[in-house]
Write a protein that binds this ligand. Structure first.
Ligand code: AGP
Length: 608
């Protein structure tokens, strides 16, 4: 999704801006641009395509200056062309913008009436002209920007520079992420702190509605009410954020292989005496978990699939009713919450616009809000009553992998803690499941050893246009996650079904050109699932089955079986996720797609 970097310093900031944009590339974008203030003029470069094209153009033109803003754009309003790339300008004003200006059409009409000429199809260009229009009404630059921002509706973050103001970078955070990075004699803004790690590890996390003025030696902040405020600076352990491919061909593969260690980190410090540590979810958790009569999980994409697995666990293990819904639907429908509902949001980034909006909509009606998140400094963590940090480490590949498996571990810990507080789970069963969780790193290592076998069969998917994924019980959301992985990085259409639904429609799709992937651990439903697989085989569908020895799925013509380790039913979804990640990865490599930055997608979806 779009990214912002801004800098003011004593040195030429062009390289800081470009390096910052490079670090935001993983989020997904389709054009890039920058503007620096140099000797009373704004110098702008914009390029469709990769940041490298922008870097080449900026260096060829010797763009330099001590104040600048830069942007990677993920097209929403208008195609990914040079004209639509940010920064957008009006006279001597340049603006970069993340988010959406909802009232841009009426503002555009009004500004066109005032004689402003638009050169892009974006909603952003109105901001530049609106500031210019306000400047013409009189008053100083700062007040003009404030008046302009007050007229904008929607969720946005802005960075603004002006040719005749070489000592000020103005910025606004209103619904889209923005942080301030603090340097010595230089200061920065970015939509993602990762962009600024080469230049600082000290950050100020802004609140909604904050208005910021950066000078070289000063950061001034006003809150939504216009009052000057001080926000604390936080120092990050930069080593935690090291992000390189470490010898792997893609971040996604590296992150798949990091899962044994990531899962171990999620468990570290959360287990005490063979049970979930009392304060693993924070000091007030004990009371909230004891009182909760219902759990409402809200999330998007992969995080939603993690929540879907947890729904099975909450009801089967903790005996607490649980609903799960995609946040983009929940936020806009009229919802009835059962009394004493605990909201559980799940998000890798903690910045997903729909998840945040759903939380804000429901929070006042709920018993409390707990989030499971990978980014401790995120908006979601700050706006929740309780937060559990997964410690997966930075996830750069757009396709979520280690974020998902660590979310599942976190959710299982939450289920156990809830069962204990509700008195519905025996200490013995809790210890047994905790012990199973402890075996996960070794089990995942075992599954990763299947990599070469999976790579070999991936060839068979390369020419296919559709694939079905089947599972039953808590393995159904694992199948959903497998289908999402395949479609997002290999662009092969993939659907997941609970296998019992096959004969209610999707069986009509099955023929010898339709690969069908099934996750089939030995459990109470294995015989039912095997009957469903026979239904596929009888229609000449080709089956790829991940099954353990006890499941007793026999390989034969048209049925390939991948031997999975024996694993307890409760943690099987975590283990069976990994071969599906590997499958989609190898299919994407064979198809030659952009594995880490698949087309049209963004890592962190900060607009709805
Ligand atoms: C899946 O691989 C994607 N990365 C996507 O579905 C993602 O899970 C979704 O956008 C939610 O993101 P979040 O976990 O950061 O909230």
């Amino acid at each position: 999704m779009c990214g912002i970097v801004g800098a003011i310093g004593e040195r030429n900031v062009t390289d800081v801006l470009i390096e910052g944009l490079r670090r935001l590339e993983y989020r997904g974008y389709d054009s890039a641009g920058l503007a620096v203030v140099d000797q009373g003029a704004v110098v702008r470069e914009r390029q469709p395509g990769k940041v490298q094209a922008l870097a080449d153009a900026a260096h060829a033109a010797d763009v330099h200056g001590r104040l600048g803003i830069a942007h990677t754009r993920w097209a929403t309003h208008g195609a990914p062309t040079q004209c639509n790339a940010h920064p957008h300008m009006s006279g001597d004003i340049a603006v970069v913008h993340n988010g959406i200006i909802e009232n841009y059409e009426s503002l555009r009409e009004r500004l066109q009436g005032e004689g402003y000429v638009f050169t892009s199809q974006t909603d952003t260009e109105v901001v530049a002209h609106l500031i210019q229009s306000e400047l013409k009404q009189g008053g100083d630059y700062f007040q003009a920007v404030r008046r302009a921002v007050a007229q904008l509706h929607g969720a946005f973050a802005l960075g603004i520079v002006r040719a005749c103001e070489p000592d000020r970078l103005l910025a606004v955070r209103q619904g889209s992420p923005l942080v301030v990075g603090l340097g010595i004699g230089e200061n920065f803004i970015s939509s993602d702190q990762l962009a600024l790690l080469p230049v600082t590890n000290r950050f100020i996390y802004l609140e909604e509605g904050d208005f910021i003025e950066l000078a070289r030696n000063r950061v001034s902040i006003w809150n939504a009410a216009g009052e000057p405020v001080r926000r604390p600076a936080v120092e990050l352990d930069a080593t935690l954020h090291a992000s390189s491919k470490g010898g792997y061909k893609h971040y996604m593969l590296k992150e798949i292989y990091e899962q044994p260690a990531a899962v171990q980190r999620t468990l570290n410090g959360r287990i005490s005496d063979g049970r979930v540590a009392v304060d693993a979810f924070g000091p007030q958790a004990a009371e909230l978990l004891a009182k909760a009569r219902h759990i409402q999980i809200l999330a998007c994409g992969t995080s939603y699939h993690a929540g879907y697995v947890a729904k099975y666990w909450f009801e089967a293990i903790a005996g607490v009713s649980c609903h799960v819904e995609v946040a983009s639907e929940f936020r806009y429908r009229t919802t009835v919450l059962p009394a004493d509902t605990l909201i559980v949001t799940i998000s890798q980034s903690g910045e997903t616009a729909d998840t945040l909006a759903a939380l804000r909509e429901v929070k006042a009606r709920a018993l409390g809000a707990l989030c499971i998140c990978n980014v401790p400094t995120s908006t979601l963590v700050r706006e929740s009553d309780l937060a559990f940090i997964t410690h997966a480490g930075p996830e750069i590949g757009v396709a979520s992998t280690k974020a998902f498996t660590t979310q599942l571990v976190a959710l299982m810990l939450l289920v156990l803690a809830t069962g204990r507080r509700q008195g519905t789970l025996s200490a013995e069963r809790e210890r047994d499941i905790v012990q199973q969780l402890g075996t996960l790193p070794a089990l995942l290592d075992g599954v990763l050893a299947l990599d070469k076998d999976i790579e070999r069969i991936a060839e068979e998917f390369g020419e296919k246009h559709h694939t079905l994924f089947l599972g039953r019980g808590a393995q159904y959301p694992v199948a959903m996650e497998g289908a999402l992985k395949l479609k997002e990085i290999s662009y092969i259409h993939a659907e997941a079904y609970p296998a019992g639904e096959l004969k209610h429609g999707p069986l009509a799709l099955v023929d010898n050109d339709m690969p069908v992937v099934a996750v089939a651990p030995k459990n109470d439903l294995i015989d039912k699932l095997k009957s469903n697989l026979q239904e596929v085989r009888a229609r000449a569908g080709v089956l790829y089955v991940f099954a353990d020895h006890a499941a007793d799925v026999r390989p034969e013509a048209g049925i390939k079986v991948f031997p999975m380790p024996s694993v307890a039913d409760e943690v099987a979804p975590i283990v069976y996720t990994v071969p599906l990640q590997l499958l989609s990865y190898h299919v994407a490599v064979i198809k030659g797609t952009d594995v880490d930055q698949p087309r049209n997608l963004a890592k962190s979806v900060t607009v709805e």
